[in-house]
Every structure is written in C-alpha cells, then in structure tokens.
Design a protein around this ligand. Structure first.
Ligand code: MN
Length: 721
C-alpha cells in the first residue's frame, strides 16, 4: 500500500462512517490517523505493506460494525502503544480517557496467551473477561484486529499460522458468536479452517465450486418462489439465500461422518419482514408451501438466545424435495443478528458502557464467578462451558425463561432461579411429571422445583450439574459442610485424647494452653486446628504431647472380647481402607465394629466423641440408640477399586482340602482373603475364620452362596461382632 492509497483508505472509512453516523467528529479521526502515521512511520508488515495499512484496515472493519467514533480512533491507535514510543498516558492526554482505556485494553489483550499452559491460559481468560466487562468495545476492537490478521495470515510462517488459527477457532470465533456478531464469527471460522485443515479446505472449496452453477440456479429459483408466495399476501419482505459457510458444512460432514453431497440444508434462506406478527404469518406460508422437516422448528423470537439473537428457524423439503433451512425475522432482529452486541454502540455517542448492559448479564456473572473460583482450572472449565457451550431454554411454571448450557438438569435450573432454591431442592417435575434430579432438560420444558427446608445440596449433584452457577454454589456448600463436620470431629477427637491425661478440652480452650500449643505452628487458630484434626492432617498425638509433655499415655480400657480383638487387628490398620463416602471427603472415618458395613449396604454416619466418623449399617441396632442429631448422611461412592474387610466364620467337617475349596470359592468370585485362621473342635468339626476383602454386598452374598454348596460344610456366616 502506497501513501496515496493509504490516504484513499482513510477517506473511504470516513465516507463509510458518514453513511451511518449523522454527525461524526471527523477531526479527532484525522488527529488519530496523523499520530499513527507519524509514529508507525516506515514500519512495515511481513507482507511488505506499510504498517499503517493494518490499523486502517482494522478501523474499516470497525466502521463495518457501525461503531462509535471512540472505537474508530481506538482502532487507528490500537497498536501504537505496543509498537512505538507513545504511552497510554500520552493517548489519554491527547484523546481523553475513553479512547485511552480501549487502546490500553486491546494492548493488554494482545499480550495474553490462550494457547499456552492451562494455568496461564486461564489467567489470560480472567483478564480478558475483566477487560470485556469494563468496556465491551475493547473486545470489539480486538475482534476487528484479529479478523484483519486472519485475512492476511498467509504472510506468516506456517507454525505461527497454525498457532494463531487455533487460538482464533478456540477463543475468538466463539467469542464473536457469544457476542452475537455472526458475520465475524463465520469469517473467523472459515479463515481458521483454511490454515488448520488446509487439505480439507481445498477439497471442500473445489466441491463447492464445481456445483456452483447448479446451486446458484437452485438458490435463485427458491428465492423467487418464496418471494412470490409471501408478496401474494401483501406482506413486505426481502428474501435472500446463500450457502452456509465452509466451516459449518465441514463440521457437519465430520460430526455426522458424511460426504459433501449428503449434507442437507447446506443452503440457508432468509426472509426479512417488518413486524413480529408477520414473521409467524410468513412461517405459516412457508409451511403450507413446502413440507416442514419434523423437529427442526425453533422459535428464537419468543425465546431469544442470551446474546439477543431472535429469529424463527425451520427446515423444509424445498422445490426439488431438497432440504433447506429458512430463517424468518424482522429487520430489527436482523440487525441484532448481524451486529450483536455492537448494535448497542451504533449511533450512540459518548457512552462508556452499553445502555443495554442487562442483556449481557452473563458477562458480569462470569466476572463474579471468577472471583469465587480460586482454582484456575475449575474456572477455565466452567467459563468455557458457559461461554461457548450450546444452550437450552426452560421455563418456570409462571413462564419465566431460564437459559442454561446444554445438558443442564433440574438442579441447574433450581440454582438459576435462586441459590436458596438450589440449596433446598429435593425434587422436580418436568411438564407435570416427577423426574430424577439428573434428568437433562430440553428446550421448552416447564420445570417445577420442589423444595424442603431440610433439603441440602448433595455432593452427588456435582456428577450431573453443569452450569457454573450451580457447580460453584454446590461446591461452596459441600466444602463448608465438610469443614464443619471435620471441625466437630476434630474437637471431639482431641477431647477424648486429653481425657486420658485427665485434661478437659474446655479447660485448655479457656486457659490459653491450647492457643499456646499451636503458637508458631502453621495452624492459625483453634478452630482451624479442629478442622485439621478432623481431616486427619494434624495428629491428636502431636497436640497432646505439647499440652502434656511428660505424661505417659494411659492404656485404653480393654473392654473388648477376644473376637473383637481379632477383628481389631484388621480394622486398626494405619492406612484407611480404599473406600470413600460421598459427602465426607477425607475425614477420619472408621467402620463400626458392631455391624461392619460393606459397600452396597445402606449406611449412616455417626459423629462419635473422639473416634471420628463411624459408619454403621442401616440395619444395625446399635446406631438406632445413638443420638440422632449426630447422624450424618453418607453414601458409598461407586469405586471399583474400593474394598472393605469382612469377617466370615465357617463351620465345617475337619477334613483335608476344606480350606483349599473355600479359598477357591472366594477367589472365583473375586473376593480376596487377607487372613485365615483354623481351629479344630472337640466334636471333630473345624471352625475357620476368614478375613476377606469385598467390594460390595452383592459380591459377598454371591461368594457365601457358593461356599454353602461345598461338601462337608455345616454353616457359613458373616460375623458382626
Ligand atoms: Mn493489530
């Protein structure tokens, strides 16, 4: 681009702006241009063009978006801080805070890396969201910048091409989509496709070219038929038709594993009319003209997408029984569809934030959540899903629409209504029928959430809740509840240990001894100490030793029978059995000796005074006599690796080979024997005691049944001491 060409480009931009803007401040545009011209001076792009050609092309795209003058100026100046000696402060002095803010934002954005290690990527994402929520024009200018870079990507080395194309496809195209700017999204996708999958791109474009004549004829005919039918009813309309863009055709081919010829509705037609009522009228006409394809009608007029998009979508079997997609919308809806969020700055001068910021409440929410989610991995996961996932729209019984990402469940819906509704949700009806909480919602479903004051979030919900709002709230609640339980258990455990040294916990709490004991340690408070004790991260012994430096621990009273002692040899192992209980992570858990529950059995947890959380079988008689307020809900977690010790007593004839047969029966059912004891009785029989490791109740039952079949066997029973 030569200097006169550059001047021409600038004049063309100004003309473009005048076409949509009644009274643009052209002086400030020229001022920005002159600064950029002086500063970028002789800098050149890889293509050999004067560097200045790039910011001008970006500004021209911003004018295509019909944005305000500050955005246009920011476009001209967007690379000036990065590439020249001009500072943000200089721009602020000469052009004001608004333009300086946008330029600063774009400069920072270009430093963020989205293709690097996840940690850094998440951090970049955070910063981008913050910049976006402060002023969406930052991201609009950035999108224009990226679009021009993609258009001129051919001059870059191949590895850079791939890197930039991937980042564009992963981040910027979905972002353009979420912001509702469909033409930028499509172009970014097609350009990325070209560089990421060059062979597929070439093959597809050849196929499309070959059929171009045929297709153009079909498009012209269809447009004429549609326009005629609509105008016959005196409805004003504008009909257009086009091929869907390459990337969307290619994605369809790849996802459905089909050839280009098999891609139906690769053609899309659009009818633009004047009022919402007419949209439905036109829809009726289209459906009477051509047979609609069932299940393809979507009413985004009654239920707009969160980015503001409105349109009626339907697929019909067109003139040659070919499947075509038809979109029907008003002119205003069309403008939102094309310009999305950018529509909010069109013609509007001097505003730092969009007047319709409420429409972009999701953006503010994302920023809120990023403050609540300290873990960047977690944050990245939830944000990308919320930002880029597909959506479902479901209704409350009163008709309020809630938008959630695809795969959302009644739990997500409950949290979308209100945190408290989510926390106390105990069930749901979809379209009047009771459903499990993990049911996936479909667009148009009417959801009634049942709540109870006693309802509490369950950790299991994290297995199916998908929205970041629900997941964040559930995690927070579960963490707080676990912490609280750990605190209770930790305090009780320490209390019990201290009693052996004739110390009372209340006393050491009150007289400051406990505080002294943790002074200088990593534990900041007594409360935190209890939590750490409860999670087993700090040992009670450590604390006891500090409180009672010289005392020998008293022996625990031996109130247990011989059999119980035998069992204890197994249960008092230092390592915890490989089993987790849902709702209680990582806290001191022991399995009650009275009933020795195994996975698959219904169980309850009991917060003991001093021995952590003990797990009882729901069948256990002992637990029923315990204080009910110390009960907590626990469940077995599905974990194939998990095994629990069970004691089995077998009475049989004292004959050789018995031990071997029984062992075989156990191992044939996948039950491992940890230990076996044999004793001969006076009557000539034998008692064999096995310590076995089982993964669930069904497996155990199966094994015991097969042992019962053995010859010479008198009885086999599970021992619950
Ligand atoms: Mn640039």
């Amino acid at each position: 681009m030569t200097a006169p060409e550059i001047q021409q480009t600038l004049d063309a931009i100004v003309d473009k702006v005048r076409a949509y803007h009644p009274d643009p401040d052209v002086a400030v545009l020229y001022k920005a241009f002159n600064l950029a011209k002086d500063m970028h001076a002789d800098q050149r792009r890889r293509s050999g063009d004067l560097y200045l050609s790039h910011p001008l092309a970006v500004t021209s795209i911003i004018a295509d978006l019909k944005l305000d003058v500050p955005s246009l100026c920011a476009g001209i100046l967007h690379d000036i801080v990065e590439d020249t000696v001009v500072s943000v402060a200089d721009i602020e002095r000469d052009f004001g805070t608004e333009i300086a803010f946008i330029v600063d934002g774009v400069t920072k954005l270009s430093k963020y890396a989205f293709n690097t290690r996840e940690e850094r990527q998440a951090e970049s994402f955070r910063k981008m969201l913050i910049a976006m929520s402060a002023d969406l024009r930052v991201i609009l200018v950035k999108l224009a910048d990226r679009l021009h870079n993609m258009r001129t990507l051919g001059h870059m080395p191949v590895d850079k091409q791939r890197y930039i194309a991937k980042e564009t496809l992963d981040i910027y195209a979905p972002l353009a989509n979420r912001l509702g700017i469909s033409w930028i999204k499509s172009e970014l996708e097609d350009e990325s496709f070209r560089y990421l999958y060059p062979d597929d791109y070439t093959a597809l474009s050849e196929k499309v070219d070959k059929k171009k004549g045929e297709r153009d004829k079909f498009i012209t005919e269809t447009i004429a038929l549609l326009a005629e039918a609509v105008r016959e009813k005196d409805i004003p309309c504008e009909v257009s038709g086009r091929s869907k863009h390459f990337y969307s055709i290619w994605r369809k081919m790849r996802n459905n594993n089909i050839e280009f010829d098999q891609v139906y509705d690769a053609l899309a037609f659009r009818i633009i009319t004047d009022t919402t009522g007419r949209c439905y009228e036109v829809l009726g006409l289209v459906h009477s003209l051509w047979k609609p394809v069932p299940g393809r009608f979507k009413d985004y007029v009654a239920m707009p997408k969160p980015n503001g998009y409105q349109s009626l979508h339907t697929s019909v079997l067109g003139p040659y029984q070919e499947r075509v997609e038809i979109q029907i919308r008003t002119r205003q809806m069309h403008s939102i569809a094309e310009y999305g969020v950018a529509a909010h700055w069109q013609y509007k001068e001097g505003r730092a934030v969009s007047p319709d910021a409420d429409k972009f409440a999701w953006l503010r929410q994302l920023v809120e959540w990023q403050q609540e989610l300290p873990d960047s991995q977690e944050f990245m996961e939830t944000v990308t899903q919320d930002l880029f996932g597909e959506e479902v729209y479901a209704l409350t019984p009163r008709g309020d629409v809630k938008t959630m990402r695809k795969g959302a469940t009644p739990v997500d819906f409950a949290y979308a209504i209100h945190t408290e509704v989510g926390h106390h949700c105990i069930g749901a009806r979809i379209n009047g029928a009771m459903v499990p909480l993990k049911t996936k919602l479909r667009t148009g479903d009417i959801i009634e959430i049942l709540t109870s004051p006693n309802g509490r979030p369950s950790k299991d919900w994290l297995d199916f809740a998908v929205t970041s709002r629900a997941r964040t709230k559930i995690r927070q609640h579960v963490r707080a509840a676990e912490r609280d339980r750990a605190r209770q258990i930790g305090r009780a455990a320490l209390d019990k240990a201290l009693r052996r040294h004739s110390l009372k916990i209340k006393k050491v709490e009150r007289n400051g001894q406990l505080r002294q004991a943790i002074e200088g340690s990593k534990v900041p408070s007594i409360e935190e100490l209890y939590v750490q004790l409860g999670f087993g991260r700090v040992q009670t012994d450590t604390i006891v030793k500090r409180l009672v430096p010289n005392a020998e621990p008293k022996e625990e009273e031996d109130d247990e029978g011989t059999l119980a002692k035998f069992i204890n040899r197994f249960t008092q192992r230092k390592e915890r059995p490989g089993i987790a209980l849902d709702g209680v992570d990582d806290i001191l858990v022991r399995y009650a000796k009275c009933c020795r529950p195994v996975p698959g059995e219904e169980i309850v947890g009991f917060v003991t005074r001093g021995r952590g959380l003990s797990i009882h079988s729901a069948q256990c008689n002992k637990y029923k006599n315990l204080e009910q307020e110390r009960m907590v809900d626990v469940y077995w977690r599905a974990d194939k690796e998990a095994r629990l010790p069970v004691l089995i007593r077998v009475m049989c004839a004292d004959q050789s080979g018995m031990l071997a047969s029984i062992s075989q029966a156990f191992s044939a059912r996948g039950v491992n024997i940890a230990e076996a004891h044999a004793r001969t009785n006076k009557d000539g029989g034998a008692t064999l005691t096995f310590q076995v490791l089982v993964s669930d109740a069904a497996q155990l039952k199966d094994a015991l049944n097969s042992i019962k079949e053995l010859k010479g066997l008198y009885s086999v029973e599970r021992v619950r001491a």
